[in-house]
Structures are given as C-alpha cells and as structure tokens.
Design a binder for this molecule. Structure first.
Ligand code: GLU
Ligand code: MG
Length: 457
C-alpha cells in the first residue's frame, strides 16, 4: 500500500459510497477521534447526514486540544492559546461501522484553510509512512493491548486467588471475552489472540501486523470496542501504565518488521539470526534512540512506576533473541512466527499516543538505516545481571528512570526534534511537564486511582 500525505479529499463517487455504507448499516451517529500528545482520545460526533462535511470541511476544535492534560488542565504554550480554531477531518477510508447505529473514524487536524496542522499525530505518522515508502521500504506493525478489568466504579474486581495466564482467569470473564472477540471481528479488527495476563484482573488482546497507520487506528478502535463491551458487562477497562499500586503494569508493545522490494530486512541476511545489513542497522537505530524517545513511548507520570527491571516491561535499552527483559526483543523467522522475523519494542506503555509511538519507532529504524548504525552484541539473559564490562560491551543502558529524567532526555534530543517536529515535542513537554510539576510528589495509590481511566475510551 502507498499512503498519500496530506490526507486527500475523497471524490464524489467515494463520498457517495461511504454514505451508502452508513445508510445500509442504519448508522445515525459518527464519532471522529484524535489522540492528543498525552495519549487521551478526544472526539467530535456528528449526525450521519453530516459525515460528508466531517470529511471535506472538518469539525471545529481549539488548537489547545493539543495541550489538554490528563487531569483536563490546559497547559497553554506561547503558540497554543485561547485563540484560533482547527478542523478535524474524519478519514472515511478508515471508517468502520461499529454497530448499534454507531460508526467510528479516525480524524486528522487541519487549519481552516485546509492545510495539514503540524501538531496532528496521525498526520505525522502518515508523513513518516510515506517517507519510508518513498525510500523503497515498507513496514508492518502489530500491537498488543494489555488492560486491567475493574468494576464499573473503577474498583478492583472481586475474585478468587488469581492464576497468571490461568484458564480460570479467562473463564471468570468468559461472556465478556466472547462478546469482545465477536465485536472486534465484526468491525474487521485482526485479533490474533486474547489471554489472561500475569497481573490480577489483567488481560491482553493482540492484533495482527498491518501497515503503520492502520495498526495505530486499530489500537484506538480496539480500545473503543473494549470500552463498549466492558460497559455492557458492568465493568470498565484500564489501559493505564499502572492501574493499581499493588498490581501489574500495562504494556502497549509494538512489533515491527521491515522489507525492501518484498524482501524482509530481519531475515535471510548474514547477520545474527539472519538479520540483513540494513535490518541490523534498523534494530541498532531503535536500541540507540530509545533513551531519548522514552518521553513519547512511556512519558506519563505513571510510566516510571511500570518500567522497572524484573517485570518484562523492557527497562534496559538493549536487544536479545526472545529476551523479555530487553526493550527490544528479537523474534526470529521460525515456523512459530508466521509473519516473519520482527522486533518487539516492549518499553511502550498504554499512556503513549499510538500514532506518535509508531512514528518514533519507524523514525529510529530509518535513522539507523540511513547512518548505517552498528548493531551492538545481543544481551542473551537478564540485563539487570550484567557486569559493568558486559554493559559496556553490549552498549546496554538502563532507560531513564523517572519522569523528570525522561523529559530532560526528550527535551535535549536533536533527533526527537527531527522525528516529531518542534511543535509536537513542545506540546509533549508541556502536558507531561504539567504532570511532573503537579503530581510528582503524590503517592502512587493516589496517582493510580486518579488516572486509572485517562487512556480508556
Ligand atoms: N505487563 C508487562 C508490561 O508492562 C508485559 C508482560 C508481557 O507480556 O511480557 O510491559
Ligand atoms: Mg503481555
């Protein structure tokens, strides 16, 4: 697939076809959502007769949507204030009928004159994907969604002692899981599997790899479906990096593979596990850039409370074959990996904007390829147990620990400025900086409760 940048305006036949799909399905309301730099989904809804205007003209939104914080404070910046207006344009190519007279579409931000707005995260991923394609590369991204189910009021589910990955844990919410899978399949989400996770009340749904924009859209739509189905079952779902102070963290791991002219870069070559020269440089670029990009991938006030050694969240910038403690887990081309070799970036959490997270991962891979980065030796075991000599030999570093260190690294990174653009970097620093200044000294029990549903739909 080749992607156009900026999002084109559909012609008359496509618009008519989209309206016919909605009419046939009996849709009345269309939700068009964007994800802000703090990872929160915001939206406008229109009656179905306005869907054409939602795509062609767009619906109004204040530029300050880009500096809304997880506590609904607005972290105004010199360029994002109370004046001005934007247009959210729904992407009707990506629209899905959800059911019950509802449809959903991802939206992108434009100026009133119809120019792409530089703070639009989906627009940036579109640009990044188009840049990758113009260099003859193509990427597949597959996302995992970890979540913790709660009672409708947000308190923990009652239950018997929890068996991690247990059949009992799945059967306890059997009706929910059956409805969830069915609802996902009905909207065309490529569900690979669902399972009960390690932490009490924690479940995971993984999605098959697809092109980058669709992968990020799929994360948003899956969260929307999870939200609808959990409500129906008298529950709620938290995607927070740490929903409960004494519970497990939620990752939002992303799997990436790259190919050139149909030939994979992560297998069939002369490097370790069959990495090609370009593939090795792409992996090297990701590993090297993670410390300065963590503010995009796991930048919230709760993120550091999840990203600890020993929890399979990938707290060390290094890579290793099937290594669950490495931020970059290499999955080789075996019969067990039908989509081929890929890398799993594990340090991403549920507070990240998925469009920005994928933009950064692709950007780091491209950066590695363009500067022919050298892949350091792999870390085959637990990076926390490496000696100083081994740390140096493998170039392994602990990812910045704490929101202050994470944001300083982002602020000081020339690469972040290049991959994100200065506007998005400043918006990220504004909203995450507000979290840091306001909540850094709060205790973890308060924080987990206050922001348990900030990243839910
Ligand atoms: N829950 C872990 C995290 O926070 C991941 C566990 C796993 O699936 O490996 O990333
Ligand atoms: Mg998992």
């Amino acid at each position: 697939m080749t992607i156009a940048y900026p999002m084109p305006v559909l012609g008359e036949p496509e618009l008519t076809a989209a309206e016919a799909v909605l009419a046939d399905a009996g849709v009345r309301l269309v939700v068009g959502s964007v994800i802000d730099p703090a990872g929160v989904a915001r939206a406008k809804e229109v009656p179905v007769r306005r869907v054409r205007a939602f795509h062609v003209n767009g619906m109004g939104a204040s530029p300050s949507w880009n500096v809304f914080c997880i506590d609904n404070t607005v972290a105004f910046t010199p360029s994002l204030g109370v004046a001005g207006d934007l247009r959210l344009r729904a992407d009707l190519d990506a629209m899905r009928v959800v059911g019950d007279q509802l449809a959903w579409a991802p939206a992108e931000m434009f100026t009133q004159e119809g120019e792409p707005f530089p703070l639009c995260s989906r627009g940036l991923l579109r640009k990044t994907q188009s840049c990758l394609e113009s260099q003859g590369l193509s990427a597949l991204v597959g996302c995992e969604l970890e979540m913790v189910l709660t009672k409708a009021d947000g308190s923990p589910l009652d239950g018997r002692p929890w068996n991690a990955y247990g059949v009992s844990a799945a059967l306890d919410v059997e009706a929910f899981l059956v409805d969830l899978i069915q609802a996902c399949e009905l909207v065309g989400l490529p569900v690979e599997q669902v399972h009960s996770e390690y932490g009490r009340g924690q479940y995971e749904l993984s999605l098959a790899p697809t092109d980058p924009i669709t992968a990020a859209d799929n994360v948003v739509l899956t969260r929307l479906i999870v939200g609808r189905i959990s409500r129906r079952h008298g529950m709620a779902a938290s995607f927070s990096p740490l929903p409960f102070a004494d519970g497990s963290g939620n990752g939002a791991h992303q799997h990436l593979s790259l190919s050139r002219g149909g030939e994979p870069l992560f297998s069939g070559g002369q490097g370790p596990y069959g990495l090609t020269e370009e593939g090795a440089s792409a992996v090297a670029g990701i590993v090297a850039g993670l410390p300065e990009m963590l503010g995009v991938l796991a930048g919230s006030v709760l993120s550091a409370h999840r990203l600890k050694p020993g929890f399979w969240s990938g707290a060390f910038a290094c890579w290793g074959l099937e290594n669950r403690e490495a931020a970059v887990r290499f999955c080789a081309a075996t019969r067990g990996n039908p989509y081929g070799a890929n890398v799993e970036v594990k340090c991403v959490d549920g507070s990240a904007n998925p469009y920005l997270a994928t933009t950064v991962i692709l950007g780091l891979a491209l950066d590695g390829v363009s500067r022919r980065a050298q892949l350091p030796p792999e870390v085959p075991g637990n990076p926390a147990e490496l000696t100083d000599v081994e740390l140096a030999q493998t170039g392994t570093v602990r990812l910045p620990d704490g929101q202050s260190a994470v944001l300083s690294a982002l602020a000081g990174s020339p690469l972040a400025g290049r991959l994100l653009g200065e506007d998005i970097r400043q918006a990220l620093l504004a909203v995450r900086g507000h979290e840091l200044n306001t909540y850094d000294n709060e205790d973890i029990a308060f924080l987990t409760e206050r922001f348990r549903f900030a990243w839910s739909l």
